[in-house]
Ligand binder design. Structure first.
Ligand code: COI
Length: 364
C-alpha cells in the first residue's frame, strides 16, 4: 500500500453554526443527529487515482438518480471518535486500525483501497478544522464517520470507476437513549446476518440494511437489539449487527466469539482483548453456542454479558429473549467486570490513564 499524502483544497464555511447554537448542541448531542461545519471529500478514478481532495462546508451531496450506489449498495463506512483531553489536546483512538479495516472492506466490495495516510490525514484535517465541536464533558466525543461509495453514473452491474470518499463528524453522547442501563437482546431465529464467503466481516452499508428487519422484530418483541446466529447451523453466537459481544464467566474468564469470517472485526472488541488481559482476566476467543449462553446464565456460570463497539463503547446486556422465552441477567445495573472494562477503556480514550499500548493518535 502506497502512503502518499494529498493536498486538500480548503473552502471554509462562510456561515458556521453560531457559538450559542453549538453550545446548545454540545450540552446534549445524543447520537448522530448534529453535524459539524465542514466535511472532507476525495475522489477516485482509475485514470487519476485519489485526487480532488477538499475540505468544504458540510452540506448535501447532489446525485444523479442513476448513481450506482443507490442501486447496488457498493458502499462502505467506518466509525471512530475524537476525544478532548483536560490539557486541551484532541486525540483519536487507533485510527490506523480503522484505516486497515476500511481497506479490507473496500477490497471485499470491489472498491479502491484508500491509503492509510490519506484516511488519517482527512480525519485529522476535519477534526482540526472543527475542533470547537469536540465536546468537553465526560463520556462525550466527536464521532467520525468516513465512508466511500460508487459515485459512477451507470446502471450496469460492475465495480464503479468513479468513487467518492467522505468524512463527516457528529458530536456524540450515549449511543443508547437510556444511557448505561443494560440493553435487552432478541435472538433472531429467522434471519441471519452473514454467511461464510459473504460480506459479514466488511463494514458495508448492505449488512446494516439487511439487519433492520431483524432489529424491527426485536423492537416488536420489546427488546433493544438483536443477536444474530451463524447462517449454517443457526447455533453459534455471532454479533449484534452493530456491536460485538463478550461473556464474563464466574471464574473471571472472559470470552468473545471467534472471528470466523462472518463477524465484524471490531476495533473496540480487539482493544478489550488486550485490556481485559491487562486487568488480569484470562481472555479467550471461542465459538459460543446460543444454548450455552442460556444454560450458562441459568447455572450462574456466565455472570455478565456486554456488547461493545465504537458508538456504544461497552454496554451491559440485561436480558436475552426469544420466541417463547426470556432470561434475565444481572440486577438492572452494569455488572462489576463490565463497568471495570468500560471505565478502563474510557480512561485511556479520555486521557485519564496511561496509554501504554500507544493507541492514541494526537490530532491537536
Ligand atoms: C460503530 O460503533 O461505530 C458502529 O458502526 C455502530 C453503528 C453506529 C453503525
Amino acid at each position: 500500500m502506497t502512503t502518499v499524502g494529498l493536498d486538500f483544497h480548503i473552502t471554509p464555511n462562510p456561515a458556521p453554526a453560531p457559538e450559542a447554537r453549538r453550545a446548545d448542541i454540545l450540552a446534549d448531542p445524543g447520537f448522530g443527529k448534529y453535524f459539524t461545519d465542514h466535511m472532507v471529500s476525495v475522489t477516485w478514478t482509475p485514470q487519476q487515482g485519489w485526487h480532488d481532495a477538499s475540505l468544504r462546508p458540510y452540506g448535501p451531496i447532489s446525485m444523479d438518480p442513476a448513481t450506482a450506489v443507490i442501486h447496488y449498495a457498493q458502499s462502505i463506512f467506518e466509525g471512530l471518535k475524537a476525544y478532548r483531553h483536560d490539557d486541551g489536546s484532541i486525540v483519536t483512538f487507533r485510527p490506523e486500525q480503522n484505516a486497515a479495516r476500511f481497506q479490507r472492506s473496500a477490497k471485499r466490495l470491489a472498491l479502491p483501497e484508500l491509503p492509510t495516510q490519506i484516511f488519517v490525514d482527512a480525519i485529522d484535517l476535519l477534526v482540526r478544522t472543527d475542533a470547537a465541536w469536540v465536546p468537553t464533558r465526560a463520556e462525550q466525543s466527536l464521532y467520525l464517520r468516513p465512508f466511500m461509495f460508487a459515485s459512477e453514473v451507470f446502471l450496469g452491474v460492475k465495480p464503479a470507476s468513479h468513487v467518492s470518499f467522505y468524512v463527516i463528524a457528529s458530536p456524540a453522547g450515549a449511543y443508547f437513549a437510556k444511557g448505561l442501563k443494560p440493553v435487552s437482546i432478541w435472538i433472531s431465529e429467522e434471519y441471519t446476518r452473514a454467511a461464510l464467503g459473504g460480506t459479514g466481516a466488511a463494514k458495508c452499508a448492505g449488512n446494516y440494511a439487511a439487519s433492520l428487519v431483524a432489529q424491527q422484530e426485536a423492537i416488536e418483541n420489546g427488546c433493544d437489539q438483536v443477536v444474530f446466529l451463524d447462517a449454517v447451523e443457526r447455533k453459534w453466537v455471532e454479533e449484534l449487527g452493530g456491536m460485538n459481544l463478550y461473556f464474563v464467566h464466574a471464574d473471571g474468564r472472559i470470552e468473545t466469539p471467534t472471528l470466523t469470517g462472518s463477524i465484524l472485526e471490531g476495533v473496540t472488541r480487539d482493544s478489550i482483548l488486550t485490556l481485559a488481559a491487562d486487568l488480569g482476566h484470562e481472555v479467550v476467543e471461542n465459538r459460543i453456542a446460543i444454548d450455552d449462553w442460556r444454560a450458562g446464565v441459568s447455572s450462574g456460570e456466565i455472570v455478565e454479558v456486554f456488547a461493545c463497539g465504537t458508538a456504544a463503547v461497552v454496554t451491559p446486556v440485561g436480558k436475552l429473549a426469544w420466541r417463547g422465552g426470556e432470561l434475565a441477567m444481572g440486577d438492572g445495573e452494569p455488572g462489576p467486570v463490565t463497568s471495570k472494562i468500560r471505565n478502563a477503556l474510557l480512561a485511556i480514550q479520555h486521557g485519564h490513564a496511561e496509554d501504554k499500548h500507544g493507541w492514541l493518535h494526537k490530532v491537536v
